[in-house]
Design a protein around this ligand. Structure first.
Ligand SMILES: NC(=O)c1ccc[n+]([C@@H]2O[C@H](COP(=O)([O-])OP(=O)(O)OC[C@H]3O[C@@H](n4cnc5c(N)ncnc54)[C@H](O)[C@@H]3O)[C@@H](O)[C@H]2O)c1
Length: 328
């Protein structure tokens, strides 16, 4: 049985990935420090589901603590590391950049360092569409420039890609940076728009609409992201790679809100606000490379994905409506 170490398993994407790996017959070692950036009750719930599997072993550990991380790797001997733990969120990176320094800079360096010291051949890690920053050529392609990040979060994710290059060059570690584009689905993060909008509409509260609604996002359903990660995991040859993993299905913010309204059968109260510093106006993905090299084929279109999400939310309303949304 192959052992995979996944960081961030109490998080949204890590949870879904670990669930799939366990279903597919892998042994999963999960590492997460369960930070309180958003309501930890969501993280504990996800982790509890994973702990139902005998093939899941969990360590509540901070990846910024090298000794603790290295000890786990030495004991569990994973063949591959899939590194998804991070301090996420664009806006919070402007108020608490130190959280990003700890988790994203130091934490990611520790991941590569332990991979090097324990001869782990392959490391997949989460990057982000936010690395495209000021790039205005749309859709975003892997060969576009990414040297103008506009948030501390984006800069930290780009730094991870550069670090991966050094570790690949120096020690031959196979690396793949995965630039995710606005991932959504059940158990998603309560600090993200879909959760916040759904909750506020149900409670009759106004929702914050930035840049007067003139924004666009390439929403990617989480099962499609997991398919992409598994395809990279199974890819025979890997050197230093970067892949856009997006839904190939862009939508404007106003149409996104309309879709939620339709599914909830309730109108939203809109609070129009200016653009937020650090935010990008549009993030549409060009997934040609992932299609060609991985057979990546995002299947869940936004109408179906939002319908699935609202259905799940309605069934879980009693606890979801109590969750705190996340630090700003
Ligand atoms: N969700 C998206 O739309 C999206 C888009 C682009 C990139 N990403 C990236 O994908 C990855 C997963 O995102 P997510 O949406 O699941 O976020 P998430 O916040 O739900 O999950 C990240 C997990 O990492 C853990 N963590 C944070 N700092 C840690 C540390 N120092 N040590 C150990 N664990 C720590 C957190 O407790 C959390 O459970 C992140 O790297 C994120 O930056 C996500």
């Amino acid at each position: 049985m192959k052992t995979i170490l996944v960081t961030g398993t109490a998080g949204f994407i890590g949870f879904h990935l670990a669930k799939r790996l366990l279903n597919d017959g892998y042994r999963v070692v999960g590492v997460d420090s369960i930070t309180d950036y958003y309501d930890i009750r969501m993280k504990i719930r996800r982790n509890k589901i994973l702990l139902e599997s005998q093939n899941y072993k969990f360590y509540k550990t901070n990846i910024a603590d090298y000794k603790a991380l290295d000890k786990i790797v030495k004991k569990e001997k994973p063949e591959v590391i899939i590194h998804l733990a991070a301090q996420a969120g664009v806006r919070y990176s402007l108020t608490n950049p130190w959280a990003y320094a700890e988790a994203n800079y130091l934490g990611t360096m520790n991941i590569f360092e332990t991979a090097k010291n324990n001869k782990i051949k392959r490391v997949l890690y989460a990057s982000s569409s936010s690395v495209y920053g000021k790039n205005t050529i749309s859709p975003f392609s892997e060969d576009h420039r990414v040297d103008q990040p506009i948030s501390i979060y984006a800069a930290s994710k780009r730094a991870n890609e550069l670090l991966a290059h050094s570790y690949h060059h120096l020690y031959g570690i196979e690396t793949a940076g995965m630039r995710f584009f606005t991932v959504y689905g059940d158990y998603n993060r309560p600090d993200l728009a879909l959760f916040k909008f759904t909750k506020s509409i149900l409670l009759g509260k106004p929702i914050d609409v930035y840049n007067n609604g003139e924004m666009g996002r390439d929403f990617t359903y989480v099962s499609d992201i997991v398919d992409g990660i598994i395809a990279i995991l199974n890819k025979k040859d890997l050197n230093y790679e970067i892949y856009n993993l997006g839904g190939d299905n862009p939508i404007s913010l106003m149409n996104f809100i309309k879709l939620i309204e339709t599914n909830l059968n309730k109108k939203a109260k809109l609070k129009m606000l200016p653009m937020q510093p650090g935010d990008v106006k549009e993030n549409f993905a060009d997934v040609t490379k992932a299609r060609r090299e991985l057979g990546f084929d995002p299947k869940i279109k936004i109408d179906k994905g939002v319908a699935l999400y609202i259905d799940w939310f309605n069934k879980n309303k009693s606890w979801l409506l109590k969750l705190k949304e996340g630090k700003q």
